[in-house]
Design a protein around this ligand. Structure first.
Ligand SMILES: NC(=O)c1ccc[n+]([C@@H]2O[C@H](COP(=O)([O-])OP(=O)(O)OC[C@H]3O[C@@H](n4cnc5c(N)ncnc54)[C@H](O)[C@@H]3O)[C@@H](O)[C@H]2O)c1
Length: 331
């Protein structure tokens, strides 16, 4: 298949581009590099020894999107492009609503116009709001607590309505849990700008000495050790989940959790990192961070049953590969 990957220079998009190329598909990347670097595209090509067509272009700009659809015959679109920082979305709601929703609408419109029937969307576990764990796809969605989460919930609804109105349209809404780690080559990985919002990039920067010590937000949650519990999934497992979603995609809307189904606490992740990489991570416990919930993890039975996909890599692989990538970054 020839697949348009929006946001393909970003963290999850780049790993998925590698998985697509490895599986024998062709890839066209459209990314405006607002949160990534052009060299990532070269690194994707180096890893796979295959060529990628790259457009430095904005998926929320009608002219740019149509130009790409006119120039290629696509079999499907995987839409990663978007802003993703929860805190920033509270400060700049319009930027988030505009970028994340307009891009979804424009891609949908062009898919219909140019006869592209497969659409895979990067959604998030955040759409479950404060539902009880484990989170499963049949749950009524909870109240999202920030504009970022709302852009995901709205995009899901838009794509669902498009599929209702167009019986040939096939949509996969993939709700990611907490992607971490990197490609084992160390050539691509998560390279956030500024101070990382996510735990593992923070840990790797402390390990490297870029940051002094880790802040653990709260140790009084109702969890085994009191710290927050999340469902961490290796980014290569997540990438492979997209290939399975594309392979099994039929008309209509299909929703899948992509996680491991296992919850890991902050302290467990620190310990796994220290043991795997033989590096001590200094940390201090501070107050809870507003908006954080005690525990999220996925019910992953639907993806296993319908897509024949499940995460294969464990915590050890995640923390090893994350550190391997960070060391190679050379900052
Ligand atoms: N990383 C996570 O924890 C996580 C969890 C759940 C969902 N998601 C979603 O998955 C997708 C990918 O996330 P990521 O972690 O790889 O983020 P990322 O920021 O690394 O990648 C997103 C990419 O999209 C590009 N981009 C943003 N707006 C664009 C636009 N208008 N036109 C073209 N390119 C644009 C950025 O330059 C970047 O390369 C996002 O939609 C995100 O909301 C991520």
């Amino acid at each position: 298949m020839n697949i348009l990957v929006t946001g393909g220079a970003g963290y999850i998009g780049s790993h998925t581009a590698v998985a697509l190329l490895d599986a024998g598909h062709s890839v066209v990347i459209m990314d405006n590099l607002s949160n990534s670097k052009a060299e990532v595209v070269a690194n994707i090509e180096e890893i796979t020894s295959k060529q990628v067509v790259f457009y430095e272009a904005d998926a929320a700009d009608p002219v740019s999107v149509e130009r790409v659809f006119k120039a290629h015959k696509f079999d499907g679109v995987i839409h990663f492009a978007g802003y993703k920082a929860v805190g920033e979305s509270v400060e700049k709601p319009l930027d988030y609503y505009y970028n994340n929703i307009v891009s979804t609408m424009l891609l949908g419109k062009n898919c219909l116009k140019y006869g592209v029937n497969k659409f895979v969307f990067s959604s998030s576990a955040t759409v479950y709001g404060d539902n009880d764990v484990p989170l499963d796809e049949d749950m009524e969605l909870g109240k999202t607590t920030n504009p970022y989460g709302e852009t995901k919930a709205i995009s899901e609804r838009i794509l669902t309505d498009v599929a209702k109105a167009n019986p040939n349209f096939a949509v996969s809404l993939l709700r990611y849990f907490n992607p971490v780690g990197a490609h084992p080559s160390g050539l691509i990985g998560e390279d956030p700008k500024g101070i990382p919002n996510n735990l593992l990039p923070y840990i790797t920067q402390v390990a490297k000495g870029t940051l002094k010590q880790l802040k653990v937000f709260g140790d009084d949650y109702d969890t085994a050790d009191g710290t927050g519990v999340r469902d961490y999934i290796h980014v290569m497992d997540l990438a492979e989940g997209h290939i399975a979603a594309l392979d099994y995609l039929t008309a209509g809307v299909h929703i899948y959790n992509l996680g491991t189904g296992r919850g890991t606490s902050v302290l467990e992740l620190i310990q796994a990192f220290e043991e795997a990489n033989q590096i001590k991570i200094p940390y201090e416990i501070v107050g809870r961070r507003p908006g954080d919930v005690a525990a999220t993890y996925a019910d992953v039975t639907k993806a296993k049953r319908e897509l024949d996909w499940e995460a294969k890599r464990d915590l050890h692989d995640m923390v090893k590969d994350a550190w391997h990538f960070e060391k190679r970054l050379g900052k």
